[in-house]
Design a protein around this ligand. Structure first.
Ligand code: SAM
Length: 243
């Protein structure tokens, strides 16, 4: 099945990923992004899908993905539209994967152009959306289209163990002395409640991902100091395969 969505932007200078993203990540992953990466690693440690293989959707170079998580799987399939992602991913994670005996397969394709085909090509993988769903609004622009795409992806995953971390909200925020702490949440919290929890004001961009996780899923908010004056509130949750 294909949709009427616009073709993906080329991966070098696209609205998500590409050279600008890689340079930013290279600079920030060991400093500004360190707390977020640690929080993400702790959250991923709690996801124990019943699968030997893992499909990573939009992992880029895996700048934020820990080896401790990737090496738990026998096989990893990674799919990203970014031309640079495979070589950088191997540079960052190749050695740990080889040591662990994890095989890595890359596909430079648009996952959203035909998700059922991608899913059917791999034997029952666990699926991890790597901060891609919050980027849809930069690619599709039309808000109704983004919301429809989010629901379509969720429906397609019913037969899989899957997880996603994705931006819910982002906004300008002056530097803070200590990082904002992750917060576990039940139900489907409203953006205003999350902002109130952290005592945040100002103008926030809604990434239109609020309906991705089923209402019953446990979820965490992982605050990500994306830039010195920019804060992203990332939602992370996992969903068990429907029997
Ligand atoms: C914000 S980056 C994710 C970074 C990643 N979490 C990391 O640790 O480095 C989003 C990635 O999704 C990829 N992407 C966006 N739309 C895609 C699509 N339709 N299919 C596959 N990959 C896509 C982009 O190329 C980009 O690498």
């Amino acid at each position: 099945m294909t949709t009427g969505r616009p073709a993906s932007a080329p991966g070098f200078f696209g609205p998500t990923g590409g050279i600008v993203w890689h340079l930013r990540a290279l600079r920030a992953r060991g400093s500004l992004w360190r707390p977020f990466r640690a929080d993400l690693e702790a959250w991923l440690a709690g996801w124990q899908p019943d699968a030997d293989s893992l499909l990573l959707v939009g992992p880029s170079a895996g700048w934020c993905l820990p080896d401790s998580f990737l090496t738990r799987f026998r096989t990893i399939h990674a799919i990203d539209i970014d031309h640079l992602a495979p070589v950088l991913f191997r540079a960052l994670h190749g050695r740990a994967l080889r040591r662990a005996g994890t095989s890595l397969h890359w596909s430079q394709t648009d996952f959203l152009s035909d998700p059922p085909k991608v899913l059917a090509s791999i034997k029952k993988p666990a699926v991890l959306f790597c901060n891609i769903m919050g980027q849809l609004r930069f690619q599709l622009r039309d808000e109704a289209l983004v919301e429809a795409e989010v629901l379509r992806v969720k429906a397609l995953l019913a037969g899989y163990d899957w997880a996603s971390f994705h931006e819910l909200l982002s906004g300008d925020q002056p530097p803070s002395r200590s990082p904002y702490a992750p917060q576990a949440l039940g139900g489907r919290p409203e953006g205003v409640d999350i902002l109130a929890h952290y005592g945040l004001g100002g103008v926030w961009l809604d990434h239109l991902t609020g309906a991705l996780l089923p209402e019953t899923s446990a979820r965490m908010i992982l605050p990500w100091r994306f830039g010195p004056r920019r804060l992203h509130l990332v939602e992370a949750g996992f969903v068990a395969r429907e029997a």
